[in-house]
Design a protein around this ligand. Sequence first.
Ligand code: UDP
Length: 236
Amino acid sequence: MAEPVYRRVVIKLSGEYLAGSQPFGLDQPTIDRIASDLIAARELGAEIAVVVGGGNMIRGVSARGMSRSTGDTMGMLATIMNCLALEAAIEGKGAPAKTLSAFVMPEICELFTRGATHKYLAEGRIVLLGGGTGNPFFTTDTTAVLRAAEIDAQAVLKATNVDGVYSADPKLDPSAKRFERLTHTQAIEGGYKVMDATAFALARETSLPIIVFSISEPGSISAMLRGTGRGTVVAG
Ligand code: UDP
């Protein structure tokens, strides 16, 4: 079996994706499919941490009747529910996983620390990182880059519905151009909607490559880890 190109990665999985074709909530067949993909990718020998979003439940920026901070806090809690769903699906298939949270919640899961993450990755577990950065006004895209820098990951794999960064939304504009490679600065200046500017800026600062790819195809995570997948590389 081909060796993975990356020894340790952080995969950013949007909460929205976990809803499948529904507008809200958790779609179990989708979660099961992603769990299988993550397990297959882990079997290549790479260490995998997953930062899970919460957009399938709540985003602070769109919350009504509360402050942005309260909405963001609820969004961060949603990411932990998503982690628990994914953890259950992975473990249900017989593979070890572990949810770590940015918040202290000992009855539910352990606190994220670099040490705990290294330990569980070394045990071969798929580590699910919930609770975002633990601070409002950030996103889980930025969390993915932050955690990747903290745990010395070699890349952030940003899972989306499209196979890379495009000059415009390819679903709306058939003339949209797909980029094979961009610098972090080009990604920020281009204003491409695929990831927020804070995430790209932190990746530039920490010299972390971000690879944007489509998770719609089963097996795409393994392909990205082998270096054979299709995606846009955003790097120095
Ligand atoms: N969030 C936050 N701080 C963080 C990460 C997330 O406040 O460090 C909140 C924010 O409200 C965000 C929500 O959690 O909208 C869900 O995260 P995100 O929108 O990144 O999820 P995704 O789009 O990936 O599903």
